[in-house]
Design a protein around this ligand. Structure first.
Ligand code: FAD
Ligand code: DLZ
Length: 494
């Protein structure tokens, strides 16, 4: 009898167009999908994220069955479940007599290593759900001193033809960011994100997750995210119609009790395979061609996906498994408790943490210039910061989370992605938000100057940051002492 091959589909590989599925044989091979405590708990993932992944996996298993595949699916509450992916693969290998495991490259070195060591014949296939292959990224990177996203992005524009007029960018400029990033207006009525009704599959998952993972940070209810590709496409269409026109203008703004503003809320769908990045960008480009959205918004949005998202992935695989262990600035503080409770007078942080608890979501500037900025200024160990981001955000998978957190936000790679750390005093946070000025501002500013002083050896070697050391040195001695004392008292209290 012909032995079936074992085709693994992970919780973030939910598309019929997946490389491993494309080359499998429906008439003999079996698809394995496994919910597992080991995956939900290697960091304690937010319950909403676990629920999203389990529900989307169960829906996708049904899609596979409906198109004729044999699917061996492990539910997490099945008593036979070994609670780890490799255990489930080996259990099914025994059951069906298969000995060849085929899988699409996971987005995490931990799983790549685990699966490649399976006691089976193993075949790992490149994940081609991206615009640039790893080889293409490596070829682009290999002769460059600095890896500037902007230049990589231009290559991706040329490759895809998005917003191109022959070999020239539409509008004669590659980047329209100068027109973006406005401060928030006095009042804003931002479109509500699309909310979906939960079917029986999702309801069952919510009950399960709510009890099984009740010690994890975050609320499972209310749950309104899409869990199928059709629903995710509806969410995208609604974003294009309602929010895209102002996406560029208010991309960096933060407003009290407005967690989404004009953001798309689609990273969770792109990262799990419910949306395809190129199709998404083509729909967005069409919004420009048909006059629904202006060029600054459309170019800005497409850059996030074919530029930043692709570049970040390239960096993760270029730099290898040790990337997450870097700590260029030798930060070693503990993550403050208020990253879990939101219990702090710093309104920008409590807003970010409490909405993260509720939605498992915060937008880019909250992640970069609030929770990330604070952690960097307060000298928090980047590994702790990385584990926090990986666990709390619904779109967080290591390939995309780690370079954003460790590289872009915490400067732990010493400036591979940016020439200077993303830090600011309270004035930037106030300018970009309608948060209230208060006691937190002098504390935040003292952390800023204390950081400049403590890391002066690094800052004096950096042409873009040297001026800040000189500014600090020019302050009078009492002011300097007060800043350092305020910062240290605050850090000690943490
Ligand atoms: P929008 O603001 O509407 O942007 C549209 C899309 O562009 C996003 O859906 C996303 O796919 C893409 N995008 C934008 N910026 C980036 C970026 N820097 N890297 C990759 N894709 C990008 N994004 C994740 O998908 N997963 C993560 O775990 C993650 N962790 C982050 C950690 C930190 C410290 C920072 C600063 C950023 C992180 N990002 C991460 C990037 C970005 O914050 C999110 O992609 C974005 O907030 C998702 O919300 P949205 O769909 O509403 O995005
Ligand atoms: C994040 C996650 C969670 C919470 N649960 C599962 C799971 O039960 N089964 C699964 O196949 N994948 C899960 N994932 C995603 C993986 O942990 C991992 O982050 C990605 O597959 C890496 O690309």
């Amino acid at each position: 009898m012909v032995k079936p091959n074992l085709i693994l589909v992970l919780g973030d590989q939910l598309t019929l167009d997946l490389a491993a599925i494309r080359q499998a044989d429906k008439s003999k091979d079996v698809i394995i999908m496994a919910e597992a405590d080991a995956e939900a708990e290697y960091v304690n993932h937010h319950p909403k994220k676990i629920a999203f992944i389990f529900s989307a996996m169960r829906h996708f298993a049904n899609t596979l069955r409906a198109s004729g595949w044999k699917v061996l699916y492990s539910k997490v509450d099945d008593p036979q479940n070994s609670q780890n992916i490799l255990g489930e693969i080996l259990r099914y290998a025994d059951e069906v007599g298969g000995n060849e495991l085929i899988f699409t490259k996971p987005g995490e070195w931990r799983l790549i290593e685990l699966l490649n060591e399976a006691p089976l014949v193993v075949k790992m296939i490149e994940d081609d759900r991206f615009i640039a292959s790893q080889v293409e990224f490596e070829n682009w990177a290999h002769d460059k001193k600095t890896l500037r996203m902007e230049f990589f992005y231009r290559e991706m524009r040329r490759k895809t033809g998005l917003l191109m007029d022959g070999d020239k960018p539409i509008g004669d400029k590659w980047n329209f960011d100068q027109e973006n990033r406005k401060s928030p207006p006095k009042k804003i009525i931002s479109p509500a994100p699309t909310e979906f009704n939960n079917d029986k599959i999702t309801e069952d998952v919510l009950v399960l997750v709510n009890t099984r993972y009740n010690s994890h940070f975050g609320d499972v209810y209310p749950f309104n995210y899409a869990v199928t590709s059709d629903e995710a496409n509806l969410a995208l269409d609604k974003f294009i119609k309602n929010s895209l026109p102002l996406f560029g203008d208010y991309q960096d703004a933060m407003m009290l009790d407005e967690p989404f503003l004009y953001h798309a809320l689609i990273s969770l769908y792109l990262n799990t395979g419910l949306l395809d990045p190129l199709e998404t960008c083509r729909k967005v480009e069409k919004a420009f061609i048909t006059g629904i959205a202006p060029l600054n918004a459309v170019e800005g949005f497409i850059r996030q996906i074919i530029g930043w998202r692709e570049y970040i992935r390239g960096i993760y695989f270029l730099k290898g498994p040790d990337y997450i262990n870097q700590n260029y600035l030798n930060a070693n503080g503990k993550l403050p408790n208020f990253y879990w409770s939101g219990d702090t007078k710093m309104q920008c942080i409590s807003q970010a943490v409490l909405q993260t608890k509720k939605y498992s979501y915060a937008h880019h500037i909250q992640r970069l210039m609030v929770t990330g900025n604070f952690a960097l200024l307060a000298d928090i160990d980047p590994k702790e910061v990385h584990r926090w981001y990986l666990s709390v955000y619904i779109d967080a998978f290591e390939w995309v989370e780690a370079p954003n957190t460790l590289g872009m936000s915490q400067f732990s790679d010493g400036g591979l992605m940016s020439t200077k750390p993303y830090i600011s005093g309270s004035s930037y946070v106030l300018k970009m938000s309608n948060y209230k000025k208060g006691d937190w501002c002098p504390i935040w500013d003292s952390l800023f100057w204390n950081f400049i002083d403590k890391k002066r050896d690094f800052f004096t070697t950096n042409p873009r940051m040297r001026m800040l050391v000189s500014s600090f040195d020019r302050m009078n001695i009492q002011k300097k002492e007060l800043l350092i004392k305020t910062a240290n008292d605050f850090i000690d209290d943490l």
